[in-house]
Design a protein around this ligand. Structure first.
Ligand SMILES: [Zn+2]
Length: 393
């Protein structure tokens, strides 16, 4: 890999684009635009605005086809990252190179892929027989729903395409993703002095009762099975529904009976399920469990994202999967699957565009973990996948 490419990647990782704070979103987009200017590719912005009025910048680069009536190939990636967390060996936003790997938050998810796309654009820009119009999207907020990032670009931005690669995730060819519903249940008791417990109602004990009931929802939800394969490391053949209690907050002091408990949950649907329907079923379940246990509750929903799946017999899907398998010999040759997570592909698929996902992630990269890294050779390979797809007939 060339020094200038590594230099660009280092600048990207050097931006603190933690999606919860969005501190360096604008700085990171300027770095991307500067690189596009250097390689001579035109770009524009389709910016979104989140619920708190903060700008979510999205950069869109275009290389026109060399002939009329060309089909559009959309390549999507995201520059935002999850919070770094504690315990890194080196500072998360100060990238370092070691034995063919680059370390730093976002190296694998998804800034390494941004470099792959950039290198591909540079390589094909002067191609004489470019059959495709190429549209590369560098969006924000993917880690917090993508609604104001890729959602804005596809929605209000009115972006269209004939086929899309979401350059994100692992090296496995992924042709669909789970839907996500997140929220919390607040259980009310009555606060009082711990010396006089009879005067109150302990919200912790009530919350635990409700968590126990949720177990049967989880078991039932697990029976929904998709037609898409599950990733091999999941130990299951087909993608399935999952429900987890993920947080439990209650109590402030040892001598106070707590009056409130907050139970956070994460519900994953299969692509075939209607997310609103599942949400309503869940609400009904919780309400009847609360009635049964005589609990006073309130429900809040923070986040919902539809699942999606692409037709694996679509000619572009087939061709892309084949090229991925050729270039990522190990993980790429696992069976084509649906993702256990969600991703920005949902906004693209919602417009009827076939989507394949593939990134530079692999076991050992620690995406979303501490000491995240990416293998430079993998970044080159993802570039090759993009270039080969564009050149293929
Ligand atoms: Zn990602």
């Amino acid at each position: 890999m060339k020094k200038k490419d590594i230099g660009f990647l280092k600048k990207l990782i050097g931006c603190n684009t933690d999606a919860s704070e969005k501190k360096d979103y604008e700085k990171c987009c300027r770095i991307i635009e500067k690189e596009l200017n250097r390689i001579g590719v035109k770009h524009e912005r389709i910016n979104g605005r989140d619920g708190e009025g903060r700008t979510v910048s999205n950069v869109i680069a275009r290389i026109p086809a060399k002939k009329g009536n060309a089909k559009k190939f959309l390549i999507a990636s995201h520059y935002d990252v999850v919070p770094p967390g504690e315990g890194w060996s080196t500072p998360p936003f100060k990238p370092i190179l070691k034995k063919g790997r680059i370390y730093g938050r976002g190296a694998s998810d998804d800034k390494g892929a941004i470099l792959s796309i950039m290198m591909a654009l540079e390589e094909i820009k002067n191609e004489e027989n470019l059959d495709w119009e190429i549209i590369a999207v560098f969006s924000g907020d993917e880690e917090v729903s993508g609604e104001h990032g890729m959602g804005e670009v596809m929605g209000k931005g009115g972006m269209s395409a004939d086929f899309a690669l979401v350059a994100d995730g692992t090296q496995k060819p992924i042709i669909g993703a789970s839907g996500i519903i997140r929220g919390r249940i607040i259980v009310f008791g009555r606060q009082c002095h711990a010396g006089r417990p009879f005067a109150g109602e302990n919200a912790i004990m009530k919350g635990i009762e409700l968590v126990g009931e949720l177990e049967s929802f989880s078991k039932e939800h697990e029976k929904s099975i998709s037609k898409l394969n599950a990733p091999e490391d999941s130990g299951k053949k087909k993608l399935w529904g999952r429900f987890s209690v993920t947080t439990f907050h209650s109590g402030e002091k040892e001598n106070i009976i707590p009056g409130i408990a907050k139970i956070g949950f994460d519900l994953r649907t299969i692509p075939e399920q209607d997310i609103e329907e599942v949400k309503n079923e869940f609400i009904k379940f919780v309400e009847s469990a609360a009635e049964k246990k005589k609990l006073k509750i309130q429900m809040e929903f923070f986040h919902a994202r539809k699942g999606y799946s692409s037709n694996e017999n679509n000619k572009y899907v087939k061709r892309m999967v084949q090229i991925i398998k050729k270039n990522f010999e190990k993980e790429g040759n696992e069976e084509t699957a649906g993702s256990l997570g969600g991703n920005d592909g949902c906004f693209i698929s919602a417009k009827g565009i076939p989507v394949v996902c593939c990134g530079v992630g692999r076991i050992g990269n620690n995406g979303h973990g501490i000491d995240e890294s990416a293998v430079l050779e993998d970044i080159e390979r993802l570039k090759r996948i993009i270039v080969e797809f564009i050149a293929s007939k």
